[in-house]
Design a protein around this ligand. Structure first.
Ligand code: V1S
Ligand code: CA
Ligand code: ZN
Length: 380
C-alpha cells in the first residue's frame, strides 16, 4: 500500500472539455453542468493543471455508444430536440422515460457524447499504460440504462468505460460513493464475475432509484459479485470512513482487480441540495485516498452533487489527493468566481450535522458483518 505523501507519484491525466459546462437541464432542475467550470477554475488556480496530463476530450462516436446502448435509443437521442419532441409518435415520452428528471434540452446528444467521450478517453489512457489514474469529473452518470435515461443520466459512461477496460483487463472493480444506488452499472454487469460492483447509498425502498438493498448480490456467474451497502440519513464522517475501509480492503485483496473505476458523486456530502448525509469534504476524499493507496490503475469519475460550490471544492480537493498534493484551505486570491465561495473562502467548510445520524452503532456493525460474510464467497 502507498501512504499519502509518500514518494509514489502516479501519472495522472485530467479529461475535460469546457463545452460540457454549457449545457442546461432547465432552470428548476438540480443538475447544473456549470459546476464543472467552477471545478476547472479551482483545479487550475491551485496549480494542479501543471502536474497532470491535460486532455481536451472528444465526443464519443455513435458506434462507441452502441457498445452498450440500443440502436433505437441512440437514434432517438441523436434526433430529439426541445423543438421536435412534441411531434414524435405518441408514447415516446413514456418509452424513453422523458420527464422532469430526464428532460430533453438543447444539444442533449452532444452533451452525452462529450461526457461519455471523456470517460472512454480516460479508460484508454489506462489500457495503453499512459496513465495510472485518469479523471473525468463530468462523468459518473450511473443510472442510465441500455434503452432509456434515468435519474438525470442519459448514457452510461461508466458502463462504456468498463466495457472498454474489459477488453484488456481480466477484472474491474466498480466503487460508487454517490448518495444514490449505482443501479445502471450494477444491472449491466449483474451476471458476470469479471466486474465487482459495490455501491454505498441511502436506501429505504423508496428513495430514488428504489433499489440497492443488501440482498442484491448478482446472479448466475455474477452471484456474489455485486454488493450493496444501504445506509440511513445523517451518516457522519467516522462511521462512513470506517465502514468504507473495512469493506473495501477485503474486496480488493480477494477480488484482485486489475483496474478500478471509482464514482465520486458529491451528493453524499453534507448540505447537498438533494442529499441527506453529513459527510465533509475530507471524509469523502479519504475514501478516494484509501483506494488510491492500493496502487491499482484507476478511472475516477464524478456523478451527482447539487450544491455546485461544494461539488467544485470536493473535486479540486480530490484532484489534489490523486496527485499526492494536499491543497491549502484558503482559496487562491486571484481565482475567477471566488465570490461563489464566501463567506469562508475555504476549501473545507464545515458541512456536517444537518441531519441526525439514523445509523446506530449496531446497525453499522451488523451491516459490516454482513458485507464481510458476502466477501468470504470470493475467497472460495
Ligand atoms: N431526490 C430527488 C430528486 N429531485 C428531482 C428533481 C427535482 C427538481 C426537478 F426540476 C427535476 C428533478 N428528481 C429527483 C430524483 C432523481 C435523483 C437522481 C440522482 C442522480 C445521481 O445523483 O445519482 C447521479 C447523477 N427522482 C425522483 O425521486 C423521482 C420522482 C420520483 C420525484 C421527483 N420528480 C421530479 C420526478 C419523479
Ligand atoms: Ca452510491
Ligand atoms: Zn446521486
Amino acid at each position: 500500500m502507498f501512504e499519502f505523501g509518500s514518494t509514489y507519484s502516479p501519472r495522472v491525466s485530467y479529461h475535460y472539455n469546457p463545452k460540457v459546462s454549457n449545457y442546461h437541464y432547465g432552470v428548476k432542475h438540480p443538475m447544473k453542468p456549470f459546476r464543472f467550470m467552477l471545478t476547472d477554475h479551482l483545479v487550475s488556480s491551485y496549480g494542479l493543471h501543471n502536474i497532470m496530463d491535460l486532455y481536451e476530450t472528444r465526443e464519443a462516436t455513435k458506434e462507441e455508444l452502441l457498445q452498450f446502448h440500443s440502436e433505437d435509443y441512440v437514434e432517438f437521442l441523436s434526433k430529439v430536440s426541445p423543438d421536435n419532441i412534441s411531434k414524435m409518435p405518441r408514447g415516446t415520452f413514456d418509452k424513453y422515460n422523458i420527464g422532469d428528471d430526464c428532460p430533453i434540452f438543447q444539444n442533449i446528444y452532444e452533451y452525452c457524447k462529450l461526457y461519455a467521450g471523456a470517460s472512454l478517453d480516460a479508460s484508454r489512457k489506462l489500457i495503453n499504460d499512459q496513465s495510472d489514474i485518469a479523471i473525468n469529473w463530468s462523468g459518473g452518470l450511473h443510472h442510465a440504462k441500455k434503452s432509456n435515461p434515468s435519474g438525470f443520466c442519459y448514457v452510461n459512461d461508466i458502463v462504456l468505460a468498463t466495457l472498454n477496460l474489459l477488453r484488456y483487463h481480466p477484472r474491474v472493480l466498480y466503487i460508487d460513493i454517490d448518495l444514490h444506488h449505482g443501479d445502471g452499472v450494477q444491472e449491466a454487469f449483474y451476471t458476470t464475475d469479471r466486474v465487482f460492483t459495490v455501491s454505498f447509498h441511502k436506501y429505504n425502498g423508496e428513495f430514488f432509484p428504489g433499489t440497492g438493498n443488501y440482498d442484491e448480490i448478482g446472479c448466475a456467474e455474477g452471484k456474489h459479485f455485486a454488493m450493496n451497502v444501504p445506509l440511513n440519513d445523517g451518516i457522519d464522517d467516522d462511521s462512513y470512513i470506517n465502514l468504507f475501509k473495512s469493506v473495501m480492503e477485503p474486496i480488493i485483496t480477494s477480488f484482485k482487480p486489475t483496474a478500478i473505476i471509482q464514482q465520486c458523486g458529491a451528493d453524499s456530502l453534507g448540505h447537498d441540495r438533494l442529499g441527506c448525509f453529513n459527510l465533509n469534504i475530507k471524509a469523502h476524499g479519504e475514501c478516494v485516498k484509501f483506494i488510491r493507496s492500493f496502487g491499482i490503475p484507476m478511472v475516477v469519475v464524478g456523478g451527482g452533487g447539487y450544491t455546485p460550490r461544494n461539488v467544485s471544492r470536493l473535486y479540486a480537493y480530490e484532484t489534489g489527493i490523486l496527485n499526492n498534493v494536499l491543497l491549502q484551505s484558503e482559496l487562491p486570491e486571484d481565482m475567477p468566481f471566488r465570490n461563489q465561495f464566501g463567506p469562508d473562502y475555504s476549501l473545507y467548510p464545515v458541512l456536517d450535522d444537518l441531519y441526525e445520524n439514523m445509523n446506530s452503532k449496531k446497525y453499522l456493525e451488523d451491516l459490516r458483518i454482513r458485507c464481510l460474510e458476502h466477501i468470504r464467497y470470493l475467497q472460495g
